[in-house]
Design a protein around this ligand. Structure first.
Ligand code: UFG
Length: 341
């Protein structure tokens, strides 16, 4: 299929592009490179530098390439930033999603895979979050995604669209060959922050909050390997082609506390970390752990890398071989780099 991938130069988008190409799809990446990296995009994908804020360009691109399905990754993703700058989040995550949906309706493109988040649930009322758990986000990031989900639901009802919404839990890791990986600037996520600290002479890590109602007082999260998440997008697209749509969690059914993640990073890197305990970060729920039963049963999703140590090992292989992220790849190596992956 001809698939438009917005945000395909970003961390998760670039891994999904790679899996789509491995599965035989034709991929057109649209990314404004505000967060993404040109070098993260698989060379077999067509790359267009552009933003979802531009409705005319969206429609022109979709028409020009005969797009049959859209995967929409382009979004801002930081909880704390969304608390400080909500407008930025509603503009990009909600308003630009509306632009994209409008262009899809105009061009009669009916298949959408949408990147949503566990942040839509808010504070869980059950141990494992199932997809029908009430949505009650604690921060503007989660609300911008919840509102987008609602708009998509309405578009599906009224305009005959078919959408699969994937709610990501905490994504980490890199391709096992370290060909692509995580390079956010600034980095705010726990695992890459720890691993980048481990590469320095002052390996200091901060714990945001030690008074949460969890077994060790630190937040508990459900970590999923980025390659497994990327493969879930291929399953979602196949599902849409077979008449299956809906909302699915992408998690692992296991929670790890911040302290446990730090311990695992120490084990994998062999570095002793200096841990500083700080106050809570605004907008953080205490525990987020997914039920992934529905995704496995209905979409046939299987995880290749379910354990946390493997996720951290792959992330470490990427960070230790690319301490400066994509800036470490020389332009002349880019193509060859991918050829051997
Ligand atoms: N944390 C620290 N120290 C750090 C960084 C993070 O203690 O230096 C803590 C956070 O407070 C949180 C946990 O580690 O409790 C995980 O934080 P991340 O920033 O890695 O991830 P989040 O849980 O905030 O958010 C991520 C994605 C969201 C998604 C969410 C779903 O960024 O898009 O997972 O679980 F919604």
């Amino acid at each position: 299929m001809k698939v438009l991938v917005t945000g395909g130069a970003g961390y998760i988008g670039s891994h999904a592009v790679r899996e789509l190409i491995l599965a035989g799809h034709q991929v057109i990446v649209l990314d404004d490179l505000s967060q993404g990296h040109r070098r993260a995009v698989h060379p077999d994908a067509i790359f267009i530098r552009g933003s979802t804020s531009n409705p005319e360009m969206l429609a022109r691109t979709m028409g020009l390439y005969g797009i049959e399905a859209v995967m929409h990754f382009a979004a801002h993703i930081e909880v704390a930033e969304s608390v400080a700058h909500p407008k930025k989040y509603y503009q990009n995550n909600l308003s630009n999603t509306l632009n994209l949906l409008q262009a899809m309706v105009d061009l009669k493109i009916r298949k959408l895979v949408f990147s949503s988040t566990a942040a839509v649930y808010g504070e869980p009322q059950t141990e494992l979050l199932e997809e029908d758990h009430p949505r009650s986000p604690l921060n503007p990031y989660g609300r911008s995604k919840m509102m987008s989900e609602m708009v998509i639901e309405d578009f599906c009802k009224s305009y005959g669209m078919h959408a699969t919404v994937l709610r990501y839990f905490n994504v980490a890791g890199a391709t096992p060959s370290a060909v692509i990986g995580e390079d956010h600037r600034p980095e705010t996520h726990l695992i890459p922050k720890i691993l980048k600290a481990a590469l320095t002479s002052n390996p200091e890590v901060k714990i945001y909050g030690t008074d949460y109602p969890t077994f060790d007082g630190t937040c508990v999260r459900d970590y999923v390997h980025v390659v497994d998440l990327a493969r879930a997008h291929v399953c979602a697209l196949e599902g849409l082609n077979n008449g299956i749509s809906g909302t699915f969690n992408i998690g692992s059914e296991k929670g790890f506390s911040v302290r446990q993640v730090i311990q695992s990073c120490e084990k994998i890197t062999g570095k002793k970390l200096i841990v500083k305990e700080e106050g809570r970060r605004p907008g953080d729920p205490a525990i987020l752990v997914a039920s992934s039963q529905k995704t496995e049963k209905v979409l046939g999703w299987e995880r290749l890398y379910p354990d946390l140590d493997t996720i951290i090992k792959h992330a470490w292989q990427w960070h230790s071989s690319h301490p400066e992220g994509y800036a470490d790849i020389l332009p002349e190596q880019e193509f060859q780099f991918y050829q051997i992956s």
